[in-house]
Design a protein around this ligand. Structure first.
Ligand SMILES: Nc1ncnc2c1ncn2[C@@H]1O[C@H](COP(=O)(O)OP(=O)(O)OP(=O)(O)O)[C@@H](O)[C@H]1O
Length: 252
């Protein structure tokens, strides 16, 4: 058995997938995007998800984040079973316990960086934890940009604001889908360093989908998907080893 088949139930998991399968559509047009995925994302670790285009990376991330109800199987966020919960309760859990970062920054243009960051708290009727705010903002290197609006910031700075917004509720898991996809090389490295530091220094748990072996090498481990199946896992990745593993996987 390979390691990808034997990662067993971990009660300290930030997120756990049990036999998760997801099918889009039905009948002749049905697409099996994820097949019997079993994985425990350990707390306080950073996992990258890689694989050819269409291999199911975003589907896995969305199931893990409670954004997509799998066709079968179960998803746990900490001790909470997400699968089967009513949408209203799921929406509350997503708002309070899951952080999202996307390729597009999705900041509110009329709000300052500080107002964007604290928006999820205001929506939840909570006030900011000053120590936590300071910790995330200083690690993101945007402490002197908090009064700026998004159009006054570079792409990399906007993404670092989006990361702070995703972290402000102290989520159980931060889910990032191609967070550096729209950034140049230098800005990408800065964003990845921020993600890495929040794991190292603040104990954040993180899952990141990426196509970039350099980005994946910032993670503690890399899951490889092919045709909706977890086919391999790599610890202590380097860009060269990740690129080597991807070579030969179909697609891309
Ligand atoms: N809403 C949808 N309806 C139908 N099929 C979908 C839908 N979303 C994704 N798919 C299909 O499911 C499969 C997995 O898609 P997914 O987006 O998870 O892959 P991915 O690895 O993230 O791809 P990429 O690297 O190109 O973003 C693909 O074959 C895709 O075409």
């Amino acid at each position: 058995m390979t390691r990808a088949e034997t990662n067993t139930v971990d009660t300290r998991a930030a997120v756990r997938l049990e036999e998760v399968t997801h099918v889009y559509g039905e009948g002749q047009t049905a697409v099996v995007a994820l097949k019997n995925a079993n994985w425990s994302f350990a707390s306080g670790t950073f996992t990258a998800v890689m694989g050819p285009s269409g291999s199911g990376k975003t589907t896995l991330l969305q199931c893990a984040a409670g954004l997509l109800e799998p066709s079968s199987g179960s998803v746990y966020l900490g001790d909470t079973k997400l699968t089967g919960l009513p949408e209203k309760r799921l929406a509350m859990i997503r708002r309070e316990r899951v952080g999202f970062v996307f390729q597009s920054f999705n900041l509110m243009p009329a709000l300052t960086a500080a107002e964007n960051i604290t928006l999820p708290l205001r929506l939840a009727g909570r006030s900011a934890d000053e120590d936590w705010m300071n910790a995330i903002v200083s690690r993101a290197g945007i402490a002197d940009r908090l009064g700026h609006r998004p159009h006054e910031l570079s792409g990399g700075q906007q993404q670092r604001v989006a990361i702070c917004r995703a972290l402000v509720t102290k989520p159980g898991i931060l889910c990032a889908d191609e967070p550096t996809g729209a950034l140049d090389k230098a800005s990408s490295r800065a964003v990845l360093s921020v993600l890495r530091e929040t794991v190292n220094d603040l104990g954040q748990s993180m899952i990141m989908v990426t196509h970039d072996p350099v980005a994946a090498a910032y993670a503690d481990q890399v899951l490889f998907l092919v045709d909706g199946e977890i086919v391999d896992v790599m610890d202590a990745p380097t860009p060269e080893r990740v690129a080597g593993s991807l070579t030969g996987m179909v697609g891309d």
